[in-house]
Design a protein around this ligand. Structure first.
Ligand SMILES: Cc1cc2nc3c(=O)[nH]c(=O)nc-3n(C[C@H](O)[C@H](O)[C@H](O)COP(=O)(O)OP(=O)(O)OC[C@H]3O[C@@H](n4cnc5c(N)ncnc54)[C@H](O)[C@@H]3O)c2cc1C
Length: 433
């Protein structure tokens, strides 16, 4: 089999990871997935599925065979709240399909470009004290193992807590069954505030609102608080122009220009951040849930996100201005803070504890490593767990102590992929070779 060189080249959304695969596999059926995997096992080759390339880590880098599942993106069945889809389905398609059936995902992250399998496999999450990673919505999966077996794994199976969030290390997901909820409308309330006022209100707002998050603007004391709650009526939708102005023109077109300017003249970044933070206005609107959770992100960046025990948040936020002020470059993106509740998925960042998530970003192409390393150095001693899909510098050795079920996961991997058909350098680093 030969694949043209240009089809073998791949670059992720953040522009910080690339690979040149030997071959690209595009199966159109589960049988073809099985055939490719069996052949790889028999010939000692590797297979890495890539979703929509929205991870910032090298988790999806395929240097041997890259498998794309863009022909496996259909609805399989709807059985009450249980919806089964093929594994390559992007979230935007899932959201539309669920809406047609009067259903929705209970929670989502900031964007809808990921595939369902990529999203669950790295611990993608949104915000909300009564919510966890998207992997907790998974009720069952169909998984092609290295032996070419098609395993149907459900709630009572021993490996279920591993395969729901498997980092792509355990096999190829070909179907995912999700427990959905009735479609709902959200009332979004977004308002600029002083950071100190946001921090003072969190203990009250986190339990009394379904979804709470905030952004802090570096070099300023300003933040933007976002609270989303279910309402019965969609009676205050964003008008077409206002929605376009806020989410497309200001958040993408103008922001891109601001970032380009900041890259050319770094000295003005603190002033620009201050103006941007002051220019924020309060808004409330109602919309279909997924349209509130997810917004388009066209200004590309790199990111690190750490999950920390909720009580450690003040210490991390206290350290960030000192880190940023000491950097030899300017930080152009706000810091995002979210909250989730505990779950029981073995490699979930939120396993067994109330979490705060703190995400730091930098404009694509701008230096980030000293910033991210300094941030990691603060989060790590606090028991922090890095997002599997976002940049970090941790290894299996130092991740093991922060995941109580780390060795159980590795044991499943040893059993179902002993020859490491599905590994790559990233997985060797974070799970062991
Ligand atoms: C702009 C932007 C916004 C983001 N917002 C959020 C957010 O709000 N919350 C959050 O938690 N994360 C967020 N992320 C991170 C993102 O959700 C994750 O990195 C996610 O994994 C990307 O999904 P993907 O389809 O692009 O998967 P990829 O990055 O392509 O792959 C990720 C992993 O999934 C594996 N995989 C994919 N398909 C399969 C399959 N069928 N079987 C087995 N393994 C598979 C791959 O092998 C790889 O290991 C964001 C990323 C970007 C770029």
């Amino acid at each position: 089999m030969t694949t043209p060189r240009n089809a073998r080249r791949w670059i992720n959304w953040g522009g910080n990871q690339q690979s040149l695969a030997v071959d690209v596999l595009t199966p159109g059926t589960v049988d073809e997935v099985v055939g490719h995997v069996k052949e790889a096992s028999e010939t000692g080759r590797r297979v890495k599925v890539v979703g929509s390339g929205h991870s910032f880590t090298d988790i999806a880098v395929a240097n041997d065979q890259r498998m794309l599942l863009h022909q496996l993106t259909d609805l399989v069945s709807v059985d009450g709240p249980l919806v089964t889809v093929q594994a390559g389905m992007p979230l935007w398609k899932l959201n539309e399909l669920l809406a047609q059936h009067g259903l929705a995902m209970p929670n989502l992250g900031d964007i809808d470009a990921q595939t369902i399998s990529g999203a669950i496999s790295t611990g993608t999450h949104g915000t909300g004290e009564n919510h966890c990673t998207l992997a907790t919505c998974v009720e069952a999966v169909k998984l092609v193992t290295a032996a070419g077996e098609v395993l149907e794994v459900g709630k009572n199976d021993e490996i279920f807590p591993a395969v729901r969030l498997g980092l792509g290390a355990l096999g190829i997901l070909v179907e995912v069954t999700l427990r959905c909820v009735p479609a709902f409308t959200l009332l979004a309330d977004e308002r600029p505030m002083a950071l100190t006022d946001v921090l003072a209100g969190l203990d009250e707002w986190i339990p009394s609102n379904e979804h709470v998050e905030f952004y802090w603007y570096p070099y300023t004391d300003r933040a933007q608080l976002k609270r989303n709650n279910k309402v019965a009526e969609n009676d205050r939708p964003l008008s077409g122009f206002r929605g376009w102005m806020d989410d497309e023109f200001l958040a993408n077109t103008v922001w891109q220009g601001v970032c380009n300017l900041g890259r050319r003249v770094p000295a003005i970044v603190p002033t620009v951040q201050s103006i941007a933070a002051r220019a924020l206005t309060a808004r409330t609107y109602t919309e279909r849930s997924d349209r509130v959770f997810c917004t388009p992100r066209r200004v590309h960046f790199t990111e690190m996100e750490y999950e920390i025990p909720r009580e450690a948040l003040p210490e991390v936020l206290d350290a960030l201005p000192r880190i940023i002020d000491g950097l030899p470059f300017k930080v152009q993106f706000p810091v995002e803070v979210r909250f989730t509740g505990p779950d029981d998925v073995w490699l979930s960042h939120g396993y067994g504890r109330e979490s705060a998530y703190v995400a730091v970003h930098q404009f694509t192409g701008a230096p980030y490593e000293p910033y991210f390393r300094a941030f990691e150095a603060v989060c790590r001693p606090l028991g922090g767990r890095p997002h599997w899909g976002k940049l970090h510098y941790r290894t299996a050795e130092d991740l093991r102590p922060v995941y109580p079920k780390f060795d159980d996961f590795v044991a499943v991997r040893d059993r179902i992929d002993p020859a490491r058909v599905f590994t790559n350098d990233y997985l060797d680093r974070v799970l062991g070779a």
